[in-house]
Ligand binder design. Structure first.
Ligand code: KG4
Ligand code: ZN
Length: 357
């Protein structure tokens, strides 16, 4: 039997230093041999967000130890690694450089191919780490930097159906959390707070809910939260605002996902309809529940990555590396860091004032 590829994945695009080793079973199921993630939350929390230079310095301090730990934990001899897959973008350029330089140096020393990976493709394919998933599928990618609906038609083949015209959903969660005095990154805390609050207490806007197809917008919502947060006095009012925010997001994603389903069906006729939700915000259980309900009603099969693989990790980067390895899609060692690297390169850039949707 042909030897299965063993791929080292490296991820440093933002505030997680991560390394992982992934291979696959004889039947083609991905196997995570090790998956190490070192979060920099403590480095950034006093600043209320990620500070690029501090993030890069922290990556430099840890990348070798984290990679060594991933190799040691996998039980694999370093010589048996078949390729080094590294996130090349999108992300903070100073952070991307750290992982890229490290990955390229390892590739050179081990004389093994180097594979540049799009971080968003890592999220897009992450559910393959625990579920059987066939192309095409509809993807809702919701993270700290991106919010998009994409038709995923194959490795490297994406058609964007909708995107945010301003803030990303994770950003909206984090900003709301900050206004409630919750430390960065506040997304998970908002979900917790929302369980203790009255979701009908505050009426919040759902920007562009009746226009713009399945494009998304969260900036107006943030402004409304800011106005209310200024007058909040009690803990209970904080819980109520978190619950009202969470409910508003659920409403937006329900309606926009329904539109995305129709658009996906138009371009992928007579196919099995699968809906994948990935990225950091996909860890939100209430969002999962609401989208599961929609899928049941609309006859789509919902698939989510395991909760611990929703946030940034290197297993998803190694997985993309493994898929590319099978097609011998290797990259040169002069491959650049790409701070902006959309999955659908043909889709127009929609962010910014004056956007017509
Ligand atoms: O994918 P990710 O780890 O990093 C990026 O590529 O951006 O996503 C991080 C984002 C943060 O904004 C964080 O607050 C949000 O995901 N997040 C959540 C939850 N867990 C993480 N947002 C809402 N509910 C959660 N449970
Ligand atoms: Zn991410």
């Amino acid at each position: 039997m042909k030897k299965k590829p063993i791929i080292l994945g490296i991820e440093t695009s933002c505030d997680e230093t991560a390394a992982a080793i992934v291979t696959e079973s004889n039947t083609g199921t991905p196997i995570i041999l090790s998956n190490i993630v070192s979060s920099q939350i403590n480095v950034h929390k006093e600043f209320g967000g990620v500070v690029p230079d501090l993030a890069a310095r922290s990556h430099v301090e840890k990348i070798d130890l984290i990679t060594k730990k991933a190799i040691d934990n996998s039980g694999i001899n370093i010589k048996n690694i078949d390729a080094i897959a590294t996130t090349a973008g999108p992300g903070l350029i100073v952070c991307l450089y750290v992982g890229l330089n490290f990955g390229k140096t390892l590739s050179l020393n081990l004389k093994k191919p180097f594979i540049a990976v799009n971080h968003l493709e890592g999220h897009a394919l992450s559910p393959k780490l625990n579920s059987k998933l066939n192309y095409p599928y509809l993807l809702l990618l919701i993270s700290g930097g991106h919010s998009q609906y994409l038709s995923v038609e194959g490795l490297g083949k994406y058609k964007r159906l909708g995107t945010t015209i301003d803030d990303a959903l994770g950003e909206a969660y984090d900003k709301t959390a900050k206004l409630l005095g919750i430390e960065f990154p506040g997304g998970p805390k908002i979900e917790e707070y929302s369980k203790k609050g009255n979701a009908d207490k505050y009426e919040l806007p759902k920007p562009i809910i009746n226009k713009g197809g399945c494009n998304l917008s969260f900036a107006g919502l943030k402004t409304a939260v800011l106005r209310i947060a200024k007058n909040i006095k009690t803990e209970q009012e904080k819980y109520d605002l978190a619950a009202s925010f969470q409910k508003t997001i659920e409403g937006i994603l329900y309606k926009k996902s329904k539109i995305a389903f129709e658009e996906f069906k138009k371009i992928n006729k007579n196919k099995n309809n699968t809906f994948v939700v990935a990225g950091g915000v996909a860890a939100n259980k209430k969002i999962r529940n609401v989208l599961e309900k929609l899928c049941k009603k609309e006859n789509f099969k919902p698939i989510f990555p395991p909760i611990n693989l929703c946030g940034d990790n290197a297993a998803m980067i190694a997985l993309v590396g493994m898929e590319k390895f099978k097609f011998k899609k290797f990259d040169n060692l002069n491959y650049p860091a790409k701070p902006r690297w959309p999955l659908d390169e043909k889709a127009p850039f929609l962010k910014g004032a004056g956007v017509k949707i």
